[in-house]
Design a protein. Sequence first.
Length: 191
Amino acid sequence: MSRIGRAPVLVPAGVDVAIDEMGHKITVKGPLGTLTGDIHPRIEVRVENGTIFVERQSDEKEDRSLHGLTRSLINNMVAGVTSGFQKTLEVIGVGYKAVLQGQTLMLYVGYSLDANGRPQEKYCIKAPEGIKFEVPEKMPVPTIIVKGCDKQLVGQVAADIRSMRPPEPYHGKGIKYKDEVVRRKVGKTGK
């Protein structure tokens, strides 16, 4: 048995879990939203007394890996609709900043402005459905917080924001995750 897969997922109060008749889709509803996921045909998921059990059909290598994966994805869905997930990014550089207008994040990071002084369209990021941006004012370093109930979507949106201006190794300028350590290089030395 997979150590991860055989651990049951506890369903907290206020969370509803539904599995379709075919057993191929799971829907988790909670205070922060609703998430839907697919279940592989060779994996069986059942809900009993507020607990989710994940079982596999055989001990083949693929089934063992799907067993743990399915259980982890369901656990992330339950955690997401109860407490949510967030990623924090820092904007480092002279004149670099992030501004929130409604649910559109505008990044001022280097050559990102058009002729009128507004950010180019590719540096204006609209929050996808289920994602919320926050830009706290009273922080020593400009900070962007990406929040949502879908762990995969939160991570993807944060990675897309970081890819706009990844941190460079010489001065450390760019957008980085809060806990990320940027490996620095020494610049050229004169003769």
